[in-house]
Design a protein around this ligand. Sequence first.
Ligand code: SAH
Length: 258
Amino acid sequence: MLDKLRIVLIGTSHPGNIGGTARAMHNMGLADLVLVAPRCEVYGSESHARASGADVLVSNAKVYATLEEAVGDCTFVVGASARVRHLPWPMLTPRALGERLPSECAPEAAQAALVFGREDSGMTNGELQRCHAHVHIPTNPDFSSLNLAAAVQVLAYECRIAALGAEDSPDTPFGVEWDNPPASHDDLERFFDHLERTLIEIDFHDPDNPRQLMARLRRLFMRSHIDSMEMNILRGILGAVNKQSRALARQENHDGNG
Ligand code: SAH
């Protein structure tokens, strides 16, 4: 299970936090570290010094320009944030996150990611809205934000405890597997893109006055944890809607001209 868990750091600005994260991960048996658009040197002496022995995780860390690339293959993405959002996202406690991981990681194609924000500004709403859930470490409300590597440590610990507890028990109740693999982040993003274009096409959605329509629809679909067969059905429905609305538009054009 721990081998299917990736740690993603967005826009990190202190190399010491990259090293500290590598150390926290290695202590807890995690190895897959990914950095999105880091704002500091990644492979330099400062990050290696803080990694103290976990240098290999820093050397092996992959760097991507966008969150989409970092989690494109992921089937379960959780964002860590100290802040409650205006549009609340499905929330998990660190313990509940650990408890969910064994079943989330059970399918063969499963890949999970825990995403962390910038030291100064955390994660944007748009970034959090690309996650299935929001994990919050219950801290002192008057001083809620942990150091980045410390936050990684707390969550990695919970995941390790859950993994140790899951060793002797089946990954899913009754050991029954779901019938279809989960949809990946890439599949979901293509679906949201198609959904938005279709809603514009049928005049349901006005991109000049978007309000929070797409964020709310994202939240709905993220909550339901779509599998790949359901994804195909939804894309098929959108395709049929596109076909009908285009046929109607042609018909109206034809009638109008004739
Ligand atoms: N000032 C930032 C916090 C940055 S701390 C803000 O207002 O959002 C850097 C990162 O550590 C956060 O983006 C988050 O991923 C993680 N983190 C820190 N404290 C946390 C907490 N209490 N719960 C969950 N994640 C936390």
